[in-house]
Design a protein around this ligand. Structure first.
Ligand code: GLU
Length: 505
């Protein structure tokens, strides 16, 4: 790699919610920048005003905030290469469009949509290129006076890139190697439209990558077909020496079958394809988000990191620091990565175990509040610590923990039939006396005292413990008995036992 400072960018168009594939692209850029001590730039590519969706930019920014992906500069982050929103860079693009025109690398075309349609009907597979441009209405076929007059009259025009036919264009891709194409397959792409005085994606993208001193363009495979054109644009400007290196990431594929992962796959199979819940301002449709579904950002990022890249061995749980250290574009796959959302759930389970009990408790407390449960933080934390291994999502904690907060009002019939013997009420009465007499309510002391009592009485341990569990939990599930009692406390334990004895007899 050259001496050049690593500068990469994530450059979404604000056309809706951020797709999960975009999150992966941003993540790979982030890892690459961090690894090389480089900069990550956040640029908004909003030159296509027809596709602009209000709220999309804010949504994207909030998504990265939640994910913990920090940009060094860009829209909302500041920096020395701004403005970073393309709609605020019109004058810059105009200057560069003029440069191409002056150099004869681009030309002005007046063909109306109707005229283009007529041509398409006349000529099979019509393409605006070397074979057709001399029969169109443009500054190559009209006199300078005619062109000037038409512009002065306010006629709409576009600026097209003049592509020389039959040149070999080579894109050096860090993942795919050399990708070669013949320039004859390209059309004279529109670079600028007088109608809205804005450049198209291609011109703005290249000018900005150049001016923002981008060293590596890491983006989705769907942009690979644009890359040869981008290489030609760099050459047309005379910027070959500052051309970034390219890396086109593999597609994310449907969980089953072939084809690109779409939002419909998520809807059909019940998983989100957006980081945050998205309220479509046009249709009013609400789409699920990973955040609202209860995923931890760390888990989602770890899952995404391995979709299209691997560390060279079979390690799967990798912290952000490890990912930054290990990430390598040459270990990215060329073929698409199947979107295995079951694996994402697995990652979430792993991360619930991995992150601190505090982090999980912070997420659980609001859910408890919603249920009307007022409980000291530390008690909730103890419960979370004990129960988190049983869940994939924080929201599922309620189902497995509810009995800690709400005493059973009824007792599971099946468990009663199996576990509540004719002598259980008597044994529980005795056991509650044993428990009542305990001064030291530590888990160790409870366990020792109760076991000694069982042994002295010659009772069956299983019988006693199963009935005991039923009195406290209301069913046959839950963690170790004395973990339960120590959280409930002596008083609550005795109350629950008394009530069960009264009800079950
Ligand atoms: N604006 C493009 C997008 O929405 C960026 C493509 C690129 O990274 O060059 O993904």
């Amino acid at each position: 790699m050259s001496e050049r400072k690593v500068r990469v960018r994530f450059a979404p168009s604000p056309t809706g919610a951020l797709h999960i594939g975009g999150v992966r692209t941003a993540l790979y850029n982030y890892l690459f920048a961090k690894q090389h001590g480089g900069d990550l730039v956040f640029r908004i590519e909003d030159t296509d005003s027809h596709r602009f969706v209000p709220g999309a930019e804010e949504y994207i920014i909030e998504s990265f905030k939640w994910l913990g992906i920090h940009f060094d500069e860009g829209v909302s982050f500041g920096g020395n290469y701004g403005p970073y929103r393309q709609s605020e860079r019109r004058d810059i693009y105009k200057k560069y469009v003029k440069q191409l025109l002056d150099k004869g690398k681009a030309y002005i075309a007046f063909d109306t949509p109707d005229e283009l349609d007529t041509k398409r009907k006349e000529i099979a597979n019509f393409q605006y290129d070397a074979s057709t441009r001399m029969s169109m209405r443009n500054s190559l076929t009209l006199s300078k006076e005619e062109v000037d007059t038409m512009i002065a009259e306010g006629k709409q025009y576009v600026v097209r890139f003049l592509i020389e036919p039959n040149q070999e264009i080579c894109v050096n891709d860090l993942i795919r190697g050399e990708v070669k194409i013949n320039s004859s397959i390209l059309d004279d792409k529109v670079l600028y439209k007088s109608a809205d005085e804005l450049p198209t994606y291609h011109l703005a993208n290249i000018v900005d990558d150049h001016l923002m001193e981008i060293s590596h363009v890491i983006r989705g495979e769907e942009w690979l077909p644009s890359a040869p054109l981008h290489v030609l644009l760099y050459k047309a400007f005379g910027w070959e020496s500052s051309m970034p290196e390219f890396a086109h990431l593999p597609l994310l594929l449907k969980p089953e079958g072939n084809g690109k992962l779409s939002k419909r796959d998520g809807d059909r199979l019940g998983f989100p394809v957006f980081p945050l819940e998205w309220h479509d301002p046009k249709t009013g449709e609400i789409s699920k988000g990973y955040r609202e579904e209860g995923y931890l950002p760390e888990a989602l990022l770890n899952f995404l990191a391995l979709l299209g890249w691997n560390p060279g061995d079979d390690r799967e749980i990798l912290s952000m620091d490890e990912l930054v250290h290990l990430f390598n574009l040459s270990h990215c796959n060329r073929s698409g990565a199947k979107y295995d959302y079951h694996k994402c759930i697995w990652f979430n389970h792993q991360y619930i175990q991995k992150v601190s009990d505090e982090e999980i408790t912070d997420l659980f407390m609001p859910l408890l509040k919603e249920k009307g449960i007022n409980v000291p933080y530390n008690k909730a934390k103890d419960i979370v610590g004990m129960m988190k291994e049983r869940v994939n999502f924080v929201k599922d904690l309620w189902d497995v923990c509810a009995f800690f907060f709400v005493a059973p009002e009824s007792y599971d019939e099946k468990t009663v039939r199996k576990r509540w013997k004719e002598y259980s009420a008597e044994q529980m009465k005795e056991l509650s006396e044993v428990i009542a007499s305990l001064d030291d309510f530590s888990i160790e002391n409870q366990e020792k005292t109760v076991m000694d009592w069982i042994a002295a009485k010659g009772y069956n341990t299983g019988d006693v413990m199963n009935a005991f569990r039923l009195t406290l939990v209301g069913e046959g599930k839950g963690p170790h008995m004395f973990n339960i009692t120590s959280i409930l406390g002596k008083e609550e334990t005795l109350m629950r036992m008394k009530r069960a004895i009264d009800v079950l007899k």
